[in-house]
Structure formats: C-alpha cells, structure tokens
Design a protein around this ligand. Structure first.
Ligand code: G6P
Length: 613
C-alpha cells in the first residue's frame, strides 16, 4: 500500500527511482511523484494516474540529480490527484517527504500548525508531518535527523518515510513504524524501498529497518541507525535471495497469467525438502523448535485477510480432519478488535502473502501480548510478519506481483496440508495407509495442476460466453466451500462482476432468489464425499434456469448430463481437491477480466499489500 523508492549515490537518481516505482506499482497506482535534488534545488514532479503518466510528463523537465525520492500512491487522505500525490514539500521548500501509512493524529497537528501560520496545499496527513518536521528544525535549529526524530515522537499511527533536503545532497533520512522499509547498500550508493524488488538489480545487501528506527544515510559517513528514542543501533546486513527474473513477465501478457502458470513449480518449491516419500515423512524446519507445542495445541486460531483468509478456511478443514485439533478462522481485522479469548495451549497461525498486512500484524501483536505461540505462513522472506512470529514456514511461491493472489494461495494451502499431515502423523490421528496415500497424492499435485492448465483454451471459450454477466454465484461444499469463496473473490477483484461464494447447500436460504437464465453459477462438483448432495444443488439451479459451469472429476458423466459446461480436473484425494479446483477459477476470472478490458494486474481501488487498517 503505497510504494516508496529512494536513491543516493553517483548515478542519476530519476531513472532508478522511476524504474523502482514501476516495480512497486502493485502496492498502489492512483498517482505518483518524484523529487530530485538537482544542484541544491528540489525538482518536484507529480502526476495523477499510473507511473507511466509521470514518466511521460517528466519528459519535458530537467530531472537530473544524484539523490531522489519517489512514491506511488494508494489514496487514504484526500482524492488521488496531482496535489495530493507525494512527495510533499515543507512550507519553506527546503525538504521533500514521501510517506506510506497513516498519521492518525494528523487533524489535531494540522490545526495547531495552521494556528501557528502554516499553510497547506494538499489534504494529506503526509504534508502535516512534513510541516511538523520543518517547524522543529526551524525553531530549534537542529539537524534534519533530529527534526525527524522529534516529530516522530509526536505522531501516532503508521509510517514509512524518506526525506531529502535541498541544502544537502549527500544525505537522506528514512524511518519506519508498522510500514515496511528496506535499505539497499551498494558501492558508494544506497537505495531505500518499501520492499526489495526495486533494489535487487543493484545490490543483494540489505538492511530491513525495524519499527521505531530511523536511518541516516550519508555519502560521507554511510548508513547509521538510531531509534526514535535516540538509541544507536548497529545495522544488520542481510543477503537477498530474490532473483531479478522472478520480477519480470517472462513473455506472458500479464503477471497474473504468469503466476497462474507458475503453480506447478511454486507448489513443488513449497514442498521441496519438506515432503519425503522415501521415508514417508513431512518436515517443516521453521517450526521444529515449537513442534511439541503445536502438536499438543488445544486449539488453533488462524488469522488472515483476503485470499489468505480463504486459505485459512481450507486449513481449518485440513487440520480438523487430519490433525483433529479444533480450529477457528478469523479475519485479522475482527480478531484484533474483539477482545479474543486466548488460552494456554492455543497456537495462533497467521497467514499472509506479503507479510506486511497491517491488520494481520496487529492481530499477531495482540495474540503475543496474551501469551499465544505464533506460527507464521508468509511468502515474502524477511517481511515484518515473518520476523514477528515465533516460528513459521515460508511458502516459497516466489514474488507475486499481480494484485489478485493466485500462486500464493495454492502455496499457502500446500503448507497447511503439510502442517496437518505433520501434526496428524505425530498425534497418530491419521492411519498410516491414509497418510502415505495423501503424501503420494500431494507429491503428484504439480503434475495435476499442469494437466488442468491445459484446459486454458476451453476455459477461455467458456469465459467468452459469460463475460457480460453482472452477477455470478460460486458454490462448493466441505473443503471446497473456501474454493468457491476464493473463486468469487477473484472474479470480483479483477472483472468487477458482482460475485458471491456460498456453501452449496446454503444457496436455498437466499442466493437462490437471484438465479435466472442470465446467471452463471460456478460449482465445484468433484467426486468426493458430498458429490451426490452437490448434484442435487445443481438440479435446483437448473430447475430455475441458471447456467451451470461445473468443475468435475475427469470421467464424470452425471454432472456432464445436466450442467451447461464442465471443466474436468484429475482425481485426487478429497483433502487435496482445493489445490487443483482453484486453477480453473483463476483462469476463468483472468480471461473474463481481460475480455472486459480490465487491468488485471492493477485492478481499480485495490492494492497488493495493505499496510493500513
Ligand atoms: C490485499 C490483496 C489480497 C490479499 C490481502 C491479504 O487485499 O489485494 O490479494 O489476499 O491483501 O494480504 P496478505 O499479504 O496478508 O496475504
């Protein structure tokens, strides 16, 4: 949510910052801006719309200079327009600031600043912070670093900021609290960004700032870190594992399509070194030290948002079925505000692709305060959530750039499956022949996903028929109910068609009223324990002239005879069906969105990483 990039060194800053903003555009894309210090002058360029608009606009201006900051915005305070776009200048024009997060007490601060003569151009909380810093520097005659430090002691809320000064092109200051920031260390140059993606092509050495830390980056004295309470810290330099190719489209038209097609590999990567067929075992290295606690947990509470929450519901079915531990799945945003009961022996599992979602982070802090053990399932290595948890498993899906989550979901479900198997085996809740069968099947999932991807042409054909629908219903039962929820979410996120996911049997308690001959109903009707029941639900839809697109097990004849279209998927164990049934849903949403002319990688109003409440 909002992307920040900054550069200081010997190269031209503008092209580096601009390229970085393009890499971070998935975080927000309603407006963008760059400020460059050109010979002790701050040149500021801001534009509503995508980064490409800013690039075009900048062609007419001088953008030279070796220190610069940039921002791509997802609006919180004030409409997305040129004025509200970042960077924001101080009243005296000496400083420029970019900010990701929300300054919660900005209204009071703004009132006070106005009463002392400050004038504001934008509606943003960011400009208020900029003026506060300026006032402290002017009144107390202190350095930029000290001005930032004191100002940050007066603000509440979340921030990642970078600030440059007109009078000093050898220094920039960055700080964070509850919003991520990474410093890249090159040779005589430094980079700052919301995540490592804009940095990786220049250097692999990075420092992740911690909450409450301020980095003073100087070409003379290097990187120095102190806390907002003025305690010096030693920077901890880490090496990035990220590969540049993973951030490119690799010949696909969209990142989303590339990521859908990557799933055979991403699921395999997620299982690598964890699933061992030879000795019939599952090992999750990242939770080893907490294994006993997890295996003996009285209750598991899963907290997550969005698609990760859907993976959590699949996890609930898996963990209850295979490990026989009661599971509760909570939206992180609800969990944190409802005084949750956490007992000794409870383990909280938090799931997050980005590892930066503000609500999930806050839920973890609350659960930690109340003494729970926290297990994290994250995709982004080194992310805030992965650092806050007691133990965890990375999903290893590789960078996910498309805003609609695809490969991260299947990787999350894969980790949850491995976890359920691991606990079930240790607890003896899965008979060994079933354990072996599931393990064997899980190992063949990448191949089966590959097979489903071959139906892309057929799915494209079906998409063309339903692309003009205004509503859609997704139905599934048992472990496939969350697959229906995820299918509906994918469609609405990227095609803006209103879609709802329901447990198939619940349809008759409301959504059935919506069905007419225009309405596509996507049903997961694979051969599993609830197959016959789902067939009855399909009959109910057909009796009301709804159009049924069913995902069925290869060779199915019963559903084929009544549905309008069927998409076949290979047979697998009941508990693994979500891993393959999800794929056609993703492809359907993708093709429908493309046919409707939507921007699938950057759908309107959404952001990939939601770092505000
Ligand atoms: C945003 C994204 C979703 C994602 C959700 C949770 O809403 O658009 O795709 O599922 O955040 O994100 P997380 O990174 O915590 O999984």
């Amino acid at each position: 949510m909002c992307g920040i990039v900054a550069y200081i060194g010997e190269q031209e800053a503008f092209p580096i910052v601009l390229k970085g903003l393009k890499r971070l555009e998935y975080r927000g894309y309603d407006s963008s801006g760059i400020a460059v210090n050109n010979n002790l002058n701050l040149n500021l360029l801001k534009k509503q719309g995508k980064v490409a608009e800013l690039e075009k606009y900048a062609e007419e201006f001088d953008t030279s200079g070796t220190v610069g900051i940039g921002h791509t915005r997802w609006a919180t305070h004030g409409a997305p327009n040129d004025v509200n776009a970042h960077p924001h200048l101080s009243g005296n024009g000496k400083f420029a600031l970019v900010h990701n997060g929300i300054i919660e007490n900005y209204a009071i601060l703004k009132k006070e600043l106005i009463s002392r003569g400050h004038e504001f151009k934008s509606e943003t909380d960011t400009e208020v912070l900029m003026h506060l810093i300026e006032e402290i520097i002017e009144k107390q005659n202190v350095s930029l670093l000290e001005g930032v430090r004191q100002a940050l002691n007066e603000v509440h809320g979340a921030y990642a900021i970078v600030i440059i000064s007109k009078e000093n092109n050898q220094e920039l200051i960055a700080a964070r609290k509850s919003s991520p920031l990474v410093v890249g260390i090159g040779k005589d140059e430094f980079f700052v960004a919301s995540d490592a993606t804009p940095i990786v092509e220049y250097t692999k050495n990075v420092v992740y700032l911690e909450d409450g830390e301020i980095a003073c980056i100087s070409l003379d004295s290097g990187l120095k870190i102190k806390t907002i309470s003025n305690v010096e810290k030693t920077p901890y330099i880490q090496e990035l594992e990220l590969q540049l190719e993973a951030l490119e489209k690799g010949g696909y038209e969209h990142f989303m399509l590339k990521e859908i097609f990557e799933q055979p590999r991403s699921i395999m990567d997620c299982m690598r070194g964890r699933l061992n067929l030879k000795n019939s075992s599952v090992a999750l290295g990242g939770i080893k030290d907490y294994e006993e606690k997890i295996v003996n947990a009285k209750r598991l509470i899963i907290v997550a948002c969005g698609t990760s929450w859907h993976a959590g519901i699949v996890g609930e079915y898996l963990l209850e079925e295979l490990a026989r531990i009661p599971v509760e799945v909570e939206y992180a945003s609800e969990f944190r505000y409802r005084n949750p009961i956490i007992n000794e022996g409870d383990v909280v599992i938090c799931i997050s692709q980005s590892g930066e979602t503000a609500d999930t982070l806050a839920a973890i802090s609350l659960a930690k305060e109340r003494g729970a053990t926290i297990l994290g399932i994250c995709n982004v290595v080194g992310s805030s959530i992965s650092r806050l948890t007691d133990c965890g498993s990375y999903t290893h899906a590789g960078p996910e750039i498309g805003v609609a989550s695809t490969k991260a979901f299947t990787a999350q479900v894969t980790v949850l499956t491995l976890l359920a198997l691991m606990i079930g085996k240790k607890k003896g809740t899965i008979p060994s022949n079933r354990f072996n069968r599931i393990l064997f099947e899980l190992n063949s999932i990448p191949e089966k996903v590959e097979e489903v991807l071959k139906s892309d042409k057929q799915i494209n054909f079906i998409s063309d028929i339903y692309k003009d629908a205004s509503n859609a219903l997704y139905l599934g039962r048992g472990i496939n109910f969350p697959v229906a929820l995820e299918g509906a979410l994918k469609l609405k996120e990227i095609s803006y068609i209103h879609a709802e996911g329901y447990p198939a049997a619940e349809m008759k308690h409301g959504p059935i009223a919506l069905i007419d001959e225009e309405m596509p109903i996507f049903v997961i009707a694979t051969k599993d324990a609830s197959y016959e029941k789902v067939v009855s639900n399909i009959q109910e839809v057909k009796a009301r002239k709804g159009k049924v697109i069913a995902i069925v097990t290869k060779g199915d004849t019963e559903v084929k005879a009544i549905a309008d279209h069927v998409i076949e998927i290979p047979h697998t164990d009941d508990v693994l069906v979500p891993l393959i049934a999800t794929i056609p849903m993703q492809l359907l949403s993708y093709h429908i969105a493309v046919m409707r002319g939507c921007n699938v990688d950057q759908p309107r109003n959404l952001a990939k990483s939601v770092t505000v409440e």
